[in-house]
Design a protein around this ligand. Structure first.
Ligand code: HEM
Length: 507
């Protein structure tokens, strides 16, 4: 009977059969999916399409937040993925919990840098044992002593930034795309610390291949994520868009080679320069070579560049919209430091109002906005009192936890005083819902350095200049996209030299 069909009819019959089988399989997995009891749109329980659609539109965190506002603190966002947005979920998923197994990083972290060599850096390492030994190894580069020694290197780059602002913003009177200059500054700082020399991005207006690469790499992460969710479609995409993928991979390769060359050079010519490389070299063992150092340096560059830059940009954006807050911050900085030369990192990090401004900036526009995916360990475990089956990918969505109307009073309003130690207002904010640096064994190892950089930069800038926001019609949330990290609207500022204090840098 089957042989009576023409070849074309046979192909059609095969296609229909295959489609029916796939649909039946989908239906079966949907009906037996243990996550179906979790709230969320029905489609998310059995398809990665909504998740990938919003990822491609670069507004995934906005979508997840809208679902949390609608369905509550736990939402099924993809067939095997649950998002939380509560303070307790941070502790349960990422923290140390006595008597519980670790929730390890999911496959999301696989395969970015040094893929062919199978070598990870501290961020992408998923194995808890491998990571713990890396963390010990890296901790020397992030100790308080190391940080103290790194301060002059950081300050040197900040001086370049201040000089650029004086030259372009004050002397030439140009409106400055300020986040671009901040980005270059952070890039040079990380170059100086992780690669042993500044990239001179501030000097050359960003003409360094790694600046472009790091920017593109954040988009690459999203594309790889989608390709992992749809392996067959991913292969077809790879076939049709081979050139785009090759370009991305080429950028990756060049950045790897660049990192490797720097590491090899440094190992061949040991130095006493107090940067990360020196500390890492001092603590290497025989099992490690230049490639291991290069993998760490490449990841540090990504971790420490846009996170800090985005925070400073956010703080400036909100402060410059509120005259009272702006004057309060200016006064705190200019009173604490009578001269420009008296500005130092230690005092800069202890300014109480500046601290609350930065905390509020990291709340309202989380520098690392997406949920950081983790796997529920064998046997399943509870998150915020809810049992989640083993193998489920869970995360606390930082963007949503920081803006949830269940966690914050008036969440969309920039109110640094919610963080004041002597809080007199009766706000019921759940401060622990915001964990900008994450927590537990995989929490940010660079946070002390980040505080030094951010406070130091803001103090030096606000001491030296008066700022005016030019594009006040810009809305940071409305006008931003997320490619793992923010790809936000530019911040245009007009700059004048400050006239409150006649410091030695007055022009
Ligand atoms: C405002 C600035 C910063 C924020 C908000 C921030 C945030 C974070 C977050 C959320 C994580 C967890 C990532 C994950 O679980 O996948 C992390 C990890 C990490 N961060 Fe930062 N970071 C900042 C600055 C820095 C700086 C300046 C450095 C230094 C170069 C740095 C180095 C790292 C490293 C190495 C890790 C991985 C730690 C580990 O897995 O043991 N970060 N950071």
């Amino acid at each position: 009977m089957l042989f009576a069909l023409s070849p074309i009819a046979l192909v059609w019959a095969g296609l229909v059969f295959f489609t029916l089988l796939t649909l039946l399989h989908k239906l079966y997995t949907a009906l037996t999916n243990p996550l179906r009891k979790f709230p969320g749109p029905w489609l998310c329980h059995y398809s990665n399409v909504p998740y990938s659609y919003w990822l491609l539109r670069r507004r995934k965190e906005f979508w997840i937040h809208s679902m949390h506002e609608k369905y509550g603190p736990v939402v099924c966002v993809a067939p095997n993925e649950i998002s939380f947005n509560t303070a307790q979920s941070w502790k349960d998923i990422y923290g140390f919990r006595h008597g519980h197994q670790t929730f390890i990083k999911s496959e999301f972290y696989d395969g970015y840098m040094f893929i062919e060599e199978g070598i990870h850096g501290i961020i992408t390492s998923r194995d808890p044992k491998e990571h713990a030994s890396m963390r010990r190894f890296m901790s020397h580069a992030f100790s308080s002593l190391a940080l103290k020694e790194q301060e002059p290197l950081v300050e040197d780059i900040i001086e370049h930034l201040v000089a650029n602002v004086r030259e372009i913003g004050v002397k030439k009177g140009e409106v400055m795309e300020f986040d671009w200059w901040l980005r270059l500054c952070m890039f040079d700082i990380m170059g100086s610390l992780a690669f042993g020399k500044s990239f001179d991005a501030l000097k050359n207006g960003g003409q360094h291949p790694s600046v472009k690469f790091i920017h593109e790499a954040t988009r690459q992460v999203g594309i790889i994520d989608i390709m992992k969710r749809f392996p067959i479609a991913g292969k077809i995409y790879a076939l049709f868009f081979a050139r785009t993928l090759l370009r991305l991979l080429e950028g990756n390769k060049k950045h790897e080679q660049f990192a490797l060359k720097i590491a090899q050079e440094r190992l061949a010519n040991p130095s006493k320069r107090p940067d990360f490389l020196t500390r890492l070299q001092e603590n290497m063992d025989e099992s490690q070579g230049a490639i291991h150092i290069a993998a760490q340096a490449a990841e540090l560059l990504q971790a420490g560049t846009d996170t800090t830059n985005i925070t400073i940009k956010t703080a400036l954006n909100y402060i410059l919209r509120d005259k009272a807050l702006y004057n309060r911050l200016k006064n705190e900085i200019r009173t604490r430091f009578p001269t420009y030369k008296s500005i130092n990192a230690q005092d800069a990090v202890s300014l109480p109002f500046l601290r609350t401004v930065i905390l509020e900036a990291m709340r309202i526009y989380a520098p690392v906005a997406p949920g950081l995916p983790r796997l529920v360990p064998r046997g399943g475990d509870t998150v915020d009192g809810i049992f989640v089956p083993e193998g489920t990918v869970v995360s606390t969505n930082a963007f949503s936890a920081n803006l949830s109307s269940r966690n914050w009073e008036d969440p969309m309003t920039f109110k640094p005083d919610r963080w004041a130690k002597d809080r007199v207002s009766k706000s019921w904010d759940i401060l622990e819902a915001a964990q900008p640096f994450s927590l537990g064994p995989r929490g940010c190892i660079g946070q002390n350095l980040a505080w030094v950089e951010m406070n130091f930069i803001i103090c030096k800038l606000m001491w030296s200049f008066d700022f005016e926001l030019v594009n006040a019609d810009m809305d940071l949330h409305r006008d931003s996209f997320i490619d793992t990290l923010w790809n936000g609207a530019p911040l245009y500022l007009r700059v004048r030299v400050q006239t409150d204090i006649n410091g030695e840098y007055g022009i």
